[in-house]
Ligand binder design. Structure first.
Ligand SMILES: Cc1ncc(COP(=O)(O)O)c(C=O)c1O
Length: 439
């Protein structure tokens, strides 16, 4: 469908009606919520699903033989299938529930290279323990969640974390990446699908192919792709992919780790406890099948059910026969709508003297990082808030990105499916006012 056709079908006012919090007045002004990269607002469908769960289905899952437990388990298992479709994974065994994107990455960092058998190998790489000097390549535009777990792993093993440089435009320098892949024993590449600080959409499929060609695994942080792109993990072919579900209109405290089944099967458990075992005896313990092997303890049942409701809500905004088709259509509409607003906002912000925009990648999502000469980003955030405009100010948990551009922080406006042209106008007007006030 063409961009014009997508736009003509998109009824943003109707969608806004599904998000009660957008009615909020901020000191008498209309809320302009542009902090969606930090967390998104929740539709009535999710709020209702949570309420219904607590009122009619609350019980522990996978343990009970009673009515409520079976009801909760059915809903919980259904949500896993919904997530499988969302990611186009081939099996629900590849869908691990976590508490967030960070936990998914920590799980992989703790388990991937810790197999007992030094010879274990998998199609794309070797699971054998890291050796001193082994290389973990981490892009320079990662959130701290996709840097620090690798640094901790490197500190335990003697491996080296090497940054993959980014260009002035905010794209991964593919020539430098090619060179780095050829230097030393590279065991893993860690990269985000969409950068939360620059908005760059990274070429994951290409980067995975290159990494696999030299026997390295690929860990993708999909926290910021989840709300904007239709994700197909089979097509991307990365080994691991994480989601931060509160950014995709679901509750906080729930995340997803996708991993290729054969790889997850070969990896040892991350945490021990209830639900992740088959048998326990003091002579030895055997572990449950995937995905339960990686889900010790009582899961975030309401969070998972809320996540299922969020994905179904997103699908309900699209057209198609199957859930997958609806999602693909929905996300084509979302990215068309959000990108149009973000590019409009960028064009107008550039007209305000002293505004600098960081991140000019050719492939970019609806995230705008900017500074105003002579104004600290925290002051930008505070003055915008006075006009009802919510943006984020700070390093966005991407200190290496700030260092790369020689700045301490930026202000960041990030768009979601419910933002409007009126939001763009309010943002640009508020930024112009800040500029005038400090001039
Ligand atoms: C790119 C990116 N990665 C990771 C995270 C952390 O996600 P979580 O809070 O779910 O662990 C965020 C959150 O802002 C993010 O934007």
């Amino acid at each position: 469908m063409s961009a014009a056709a997508l736009a003509s079908h998109y009824d943003v006012e109707r969608i806004r009606g599904d998000f009660p919090i957008l009615e909020t007045l901020v000191r008498g002004r209309r809320l302009v919520y542009l902090d969606n990269a930090a967390t998104s607002q929740k539709p009535v469908a999710v709020i209702k699903a949570l309420r219904e769960y607590w009122e009619t289905s609350n019980a522990n899952v996978h343990r009970g033989v009673h009515f409520l437990s079976m009801k909760a388990t059915t809903q919980f298992d259904k949500a896993r299938e919904t997530v499988r479709v969302f990611l186009n994974a081939s099996s629900t065994q590849e869908i691990i529930f976590t508490k967030g994107c960070s936990e998914g990455i920590n799980l992989v960092a703790a388990s991937l290279f810790s197999t007992a058998s030094p010879k274990s190998s998998h199609g794309n790489g070797s699971l054998s323990p890291l050796e001193p000097g082994d290389v973990l390549l981490v892009s320079n535009m990662e959130h701290h969640s996709n840097i620090v777990p690798w640094q901790l792993l490197a500190a335990r093993t003697g491996a080296i974390v090497k940054p993959i440089p980014i260009t002035d435009q905010g794209e991964i320098d593919q020539n430098a990446y090619d060179d780095l892949l050829g230097q030393g024993r590279v065991r893993l590449v860690a990269v985000n699908h969409v950068s939360n600080s620059l908005g760059t959409i990274n070429p994951i499929k290409l980067m995975s192919q290159k990494a696999h060609a030299i026997g390295a695994f690929v860990m993708v942080d999909g926290a910021q792709a989840g709300p904007h792109l239709s994700i197909d993990v089979q097509d991307l072919d990365a080994d691991f992919y994480t989601l931060s579900c509160h950014k995709i209109y679901a509750p906080t405290g729930i995340g997803v780790l996708y991993g290729k089944k054969t790889l997850l099967e070969a990896m040892p458990p991350y945490q021990g406890g209830g639900d992740m075992i088959r048998t326990v005896d003091f002579s030895g313990t055997t572990f449950a099948e995937l995905p339960f092997k990686f889900e010790a303890g009582t899961p975030n049942i309401s969070g998972v059910i809320g996540l299922g409701a969020a994905i179904e809500y997103l699908a309900s905004l699209g057209q198609g026969e199957s859930l997958r088709e609806k999602l693909v259509h929905s996300f084509a509409q979302f990215s068309d709508h959000e990108n149009r607003l973000a590019r409009q906002a960028e064009d107008q912000l550039r007209q305000v003297s002293g505004v600098r925009i960081y991140g000019q990648a050719k492939e970019k999502a609806s995230v705008i990082s900017f500074t105003i000469d002579g104004v600290h980003p925290h002051d930008i955030g505070t003055f915008l808030d006075a006009e009802g405009v919510a943006v984020r100010a700070g390093h966005h948990c991407c200190m290496p990105v700030m260092t790369r551009y020689g700045i301490p922080a930026t202000a960041r406006a990030s768009f979601a499916l419910y933002n409007t042209e009126a939001d763009v106008e309010a943002l640009v007007k508020a930024v112009s006012n800040v500029k005038e006030m400090f001039a």
